[in-house]
Design a protein. Structure first.
Lengths: 339, 326
């Protein structure tokens, strides 16, 4: 676990900096806890039949999404894969409307037309939630082209899983991003499994992916994706490089999902020992432990956060439950923009 | 009105858009330094610069998707595909991204983008390069799909295609880049979803689009020698389809022949005539006739390709056999 710089000088400015850093740490915890509780509530409501379709939970991977997204500005875009709830919440998408979307309600982010795999909030430059594996890469290069062309100073973070690296679009997009010097940060969430296929069985080239970025002349690094501070630190460096050099960067986060690919997954393809081993690194256990030991907050502070988050998630479920179904008359809305 | 070839008309439309709107840029393979496989963008690189005339790697899925991403962030990209057959490599991006983004985001995301692509057979490019996938893409809600048959329509449709805030498939019949036609000097647009009556007649409506218009035009000349007066309708837009214009013509002629120059099986006219049958049956005095290319992969050999491609003679014979019953 990375350590927090504790500068105990007498100067007020430095003291307030420490306070800011403490606040930041607690915010990271709060977001990770929110995602965990949100996902647990999703699982519960899937069992109840309130959420249907495919549901892919982010449980275990919270540190990756939260650590990295905490480094972004408002003008930066995010595109991601179908395991998108965590990224959406870390980006600050409305919790109520996110849950309502999963419930298929008209108050949902996409008015109930997108569902779990297709969360969008264009105002927050959160450009989906994409359910064809690898389909999001070209969208990311396009958004980055727009940033470059309009000179907005923004960049694009493109999240993807290890499974998508076997798609053609992965290689095409890395190549194009490099050739056109596009401001993209590619963030691989390497959770070792593309659905039920272990990378041992489907990937040539071993367990590490970041080295492959060299082929496309893209600087790359690897980080412990279970360590939110390490992810944050690495992303900060990567984001600075992308902004300064106007070139892509590749960050591999080694992470793990503690649950199945989707709620329909019996996990026959992996053994429980492996899951247990990774659960020891659970960011929702390790990070609060560190917060306590580093004296950033005490138990009561953390409990307060937990209470607040639990209330928020409860409220979101309630909001989703009591929201209206979309009207059948809305079926033809939003196919075309009226010119 | 000056006469220009179709290639020039399309070039005019692109040039105008590039001059008028700094958010317009063109992406495609060999559109810059090479000048475009069909020379439509020749000279653009020198005029507008590499920032706006972007030569891409041979990665259709990715440069189509890049256009979609750029469009969703406020640019107005125009994508050039070397052949509509290459759309297959980027089909996921066209269908799942360009067409679906708006709907599945609840209307949050616009994709103002044009995908231009040469389409159709007739130039001996064999199975992989001769197909007409505008017929597949026309089915997808969220996309507009047009295909001009002459320089005037090409310019007018291109203007509206670039102007709309929705993704458009702009299919350009490869056979027609060199055909001449009059183009008005004053500014005009052609609305998406409008068919046109390209020749008035009394006895039968011949309906087609793109390269098929030349074929039915020739057929109408042969028919006129037999005192059969054909009305010609150019569909122009495959999505949406202008049933009003077609219906009006059927009310007048009471007969319909619909021609696809793509394979007959799965051709857009199957959809068109099925709806016409439902809605205008009372005005039809005989069976609707469909003619299309033979349902085989496009062969390379000239004679074989000709045998697959529907001909005017073929149309006339079918009409005489099925309708006039001589």
């Amino acid at each position: 676990m990375a350590t927090l710089k504790q500068e105990k000088n007498n100067k007020n400015i430095k003291l307030s900096k420490v306070d800011d850093e403490k606040k930041e740490m607690l915010e990271l915890y709060k977001q990770m806890f929110l995602i965990r509780q949100f996902e647990l509530a999703c699982g519960e409501n899937y069992s109840k039949g309130n959420i249907r379709g495919f549901l892919h939970l982010y449980i275990g991977q919270e540190a990756t999404g939260v650590g990295s997204i905490s480094c972004l500005n408002d003008e930066d875009y995010i595109v991601t894969h179908y395991r998108d709830h965590g990224h959406a919440l870390a980006r600050g998408l409305d919790v109520n409307r996110s849950m309502a979307e999963l419930f298929g309600k008209s108050s949902g982010l996409s008015k109930g037309k997108g569902g779990s795999m297709h969360l969008f909030d264009s105002g927050k430059k959160f450009m989906g939630g994409h359910a064809i594996v690898g389909g999001q890469f070209p969208l990311a290069t396009g958004l980055a082209l727009a940033c470059q062309y309009k000179k907005t100073g923004g960049l694009v973070v493109c999240f993807f899983g290890d499974g998508s690296t076997n798609q053609g679009t992965y290689h095409e997009a890395l190549n194009l991003a490099s050739v056109w010097k596009l401001p993209i940060l590619f963030i691989l969430e390497n959770n070792k499994y593309g659905m039920g296929s272990s990378i041992d069985r489907v990937r040539a080239g071993g367990e590490d992916f970041y080295t492959g970025a060299n082929t496309y002349d893209i600087p790359a690094a690897q980080v412990d994706g279970m360590d939110v501070l390490a992810v944050k630190e690495a992303t900060k460096i990567a984001v600075d490089k992308v902004r300064q050099n106007g070139e892509p960067f590749y960050l591999e986060c080694k992470t793990f999902r503690f649950v199945g690919h989707s709620l329909a997954d019996g996990q026959k393809y992996r053994n429980t020992d492996e899951i247990k081993e990774w659960e020891k690194k659970d960011p929702l256990i390790k990070f609060p432990e560190w917060i306590l030991s580093a004296g950033i907050a005490n138990k009561i502070d953390l409990e307060k956060i937990q209470e607040e988050v639990n209330h928020k998630v409860e409220e979101a479920v309630n909001f989703a439950e009591t929201s209206l179904e979309p009207k059948i008359s809305e079926l033809y809305d939003d196919i075309y923009k009226l010119d | 009105m000056p006469e220009i070839v179709m290639r020039e008309a399309i070039k005019m439309g692109l040039n105008e858009a590039l001059e008028n709107d700094p958010n317009v840029l063109i992406l495609g393979e060999d559109i810059g330094a090479y000048g475009g496989a069909y020379a439509v963008t020749d000279g653009f690189l020198e005029k507008f610069g590499a920032e706006r005339i972007k030569d891409t790697p041979i990665s259709e899925a990715t440069f189509i998707g890049t256009g979609i991403g750029a469009a969703s962030a406020g640019l107005r990209p125009i994508i050039e595909l070397m052949s509509i057959s290459f759309s297959l490599v980027g089909f996921d991006q066209i269908v799942n991204m360009a067409a679906n983004l708006r709907y599945m985001s609840g209307g949050q995301i616009d994709v103002p983008m044009v995908i231009r692509a040469p389409t159709g057979a007739g130039v001996q490019l064999a199975a992989t390069h001769s197909q007409s996938f505008e017929t597949w893409l026309a089915e997808v809600p969220g996309l507009y799909c047009v295909c001009p048959s002459n320089p005037k329509d090409a310019l007018g449709l291109l203007r509206t295609s670039i102007k709309t805030n929705n993704p458009v498939i702009f299919a350009e019949p490869a056979l027609l880049y060199g055909i001449k036609g009059e183009v008005p000097e004053e500014y005009y647009e052609i609305p998406l979803g409008s068919a046109s009556v390209s020749k008035e007649g009394e006895d039968i409506t011949l309906l087609s689009y793109g390269a098929g218009m030349g074929v039915i035009n020739e057929a109408s000349k042969i028919l006129s020698e037999r005192n059969i007066s054909a009305e010609l309708i150019d569909l122009r837009s495959l999505n949406p389809i202008d049933y009003k214009t077609i219906g009006k013509s059927i009310k007048k002629t009471n007969h319909l022949l619909a021609l696809d120059t793509s394979r007959k099986n799965g051709g857009i006219m199957g959809e068109v005539v099925s709806n016409i049958q439902e809605d205008f049956n009372d005005w039809l005095d005989g069976p609707i006739i469909r003619v299309g290319a033979k349902d085989v992969p496009w062969p390379y050999n000239k004679n074989l390709e000709r045998a697959v491609y529907p001909s005017a003679e073929n149309i006339v014979t079918t009409i005489l056999k099925k309708l006039i019953k001589v």
